[in-house]
Design a protein around this ligand. Structure first.
Ligand SMILES: [Zn+2]
Length: 454
């Protein structure tokens, strides 16, 4: 570790989330990687030997928390445009099977870390079929959860799928660290049978593994669950898999199968209705809201305001760059705000201060780690990022939150720190070999392209 002494970061603005923005503020980080003090620069007395980092015209805020991403899929950026959802999934899975191996997933996950750290993210919730995200997060010094996916639409496959999942989790848990935790993810209703959902939920509860599930994302999923029909039905039937009606809605089905008892982080929740919202709130589940991916794939807009009114914890996720194309939570937050304002004809939903909370404290709470990160407060782990306010697209700065969330972009991030360790500063990522990763991405992406064309 590189932090043997205290470091004081000074910036034109500090946005602690727990307090109002502080002009000419400072954050002192102890040698233990925890926040030692937050306040106006003039009020923070540097201890002997403390390192001073002057960030100048920048906003210093808690590191950004991305509650839904697929690091192993970064090679698919821009490769799956304008497809019907079922075709998008089939092309993605088909290409993964044909040309991608574990080395490719690792290259992709490392590339995601480069992008995430450069974008000010300090926590990633990674949902993956491989172990690559966990390896890449550990190498990079990133904080996160690796939710290992399990698949199996045929009920007869459930035992086999669970055996494979248990073996994978046993391996992953051996390398679990304080920063990188392991969880499970039964993928989605169109790829997981009732039997497998039940077994995965029991496993998650017994083993105390956090869980995440893609739920209520698309019209195709809804038709399959609610009517046994739609885009996904013929493919399943052709494999000899029955497509009965499985529930009034996906959320009702997950409740019936005991999945909600595991209090999963529900990804998307676009097609939920009022009864689902109450059920999610009662079960104490959190939601990963991914507005860009939902809109870009043509699914619609999740009822964020209704979830909030019901008291559901909602974090913000980018989803994979195979759908979103960008891993930029500043942009994700801005789009969330303008989409919900447009939809509800509201001038006040998702204010800049709300966007700050959504990308930090609310994301941390959705992952259950808000006692450790998500605000700048003494005693919490020092997960920080700084966003430059100097660019012509950002100035003049009348309010720091609007400047960060409505004017700045991921490329304005100048500093990323996880538990006191600098992961990005002055354009450099000290924990990663960006040039080598970049070259490996070009090589692997060329093979992915061939498979897509072929
Ligand atoms: Zn996803």
């Amino acid at each position: 570790m590189t932090h043997e002494r205290a470091t004081i970061y000074r910036a034109a603005w500090v946005l602690p989330v727990a307090l109002e923005p502080i002009r000419d503020g400072a954050v002192m980080v102890g040698a233990d990687g925890r926040i030692a003090a937050v306040g106006p620069s003039a009020a923070i007395e540097p201890p002997p030997g403390a390192a001073m980092v002057e960030l100048g015209a920048a906003a210093l805020l808690p590191g950004l928390v991305n509650v839904h991403a697929h690091p192993e899929l970064s090679l698919f950026r821009g490769a799956l445009e304008d497809l019907r959802f079922r075709d998008w999934i089939l092309r993605l899975v088909g290409t993964k099977r044909t040309v991608m191996n574990d080395d490719d997933y690792l290259v992709a996950a490392r590339w995601t870390m480069v992008e995430a750290i450069r974008s000010g993210m300090t926590t990633l919730a990674a949902t993956e079929s491989s172990a690559a995200g966990a390896v890449a997060m550990r190498e990079a010094g990133m904080r996160g959860v690796l939710y290992r996916e399990v698949f199996g639409p045929d009920p007869a496959q459930a035992d086999e799928s669970m055996a494979e999942l248990r073996a994978a989790i046993d391996r992953l848990r051996r390398d679990e660290t304080e920063l990188v935790r392991i969880g499970v993810s039964p993928h989605a209703p169109y790829t997981v049978s009732d039997r497998l959902f039940r077994a995965a939920a029991e496993y998650s509860i017994t083993e105390d593994l956090p869980m995440t599930v893609h739920a209520s994302e698309s019209a195709a999923e809804r038709e399959l669950v609610e009517r046994g029909a739609g885009d996904f039905a013929p493919g399943l039937q052709a494999r000899g898999i029955d497509t009965p009606v499985r529930g009034r809605t996906t959320v009702e089905m997950l409740d019936r199968l005991g999945v909600l008892d595991a209090r999963p982080l529900l990804i998307h929740c676009v097609t939920i209705d009022a009864e689902d919202v109450l059920r999610i709130a009662e079960a104490g589940c959190a939601v990963a809201h991914c507005p860009v991916a939902n809109a870009k794939l043509g699914h619609g807009v999740a009822p964020y305001a209704a979830l909030l009114d019901a008291g559901v914890r909602v974090g913000l996720g980018t989803d994979s760059v195979g759908s979103n194309n960008r891993l930029d939570l500043l942009e994700e937050a801005r789009i969330a705000s303008v989409v919900h304002r447009g939809r509800l004809a509201s001038h006040e939903i998702l204010s800049p201060a709300d966007l700050l909370r959504l990308c930090t404290l609310e994301g941390a709470a959705a992952l259950g780690i808000h006692d450790r990160v998500g605000t700048l407060e003494p005693g919490k782990d020092a997960d920080l990022c700084a966003v430059s306010l100097a660019g012509p697209h950002v100035r003049p700065v009348h309010g720091p939150e609007a400047a960060v969330f409505h004017a700045a972009r991921a490329t304005d991030v100048v500093l990323t720190v996880v538990k006191g360790r600098v992961l990005f500063r002055d354009g450099v990522l000290p924990t990663l070999d960006e040039a080598a990763i970049s070259a490996a991405v070009d090589e692997a992406a060329a093979r992915v392209r061939t498979a897509l064309v072929g």
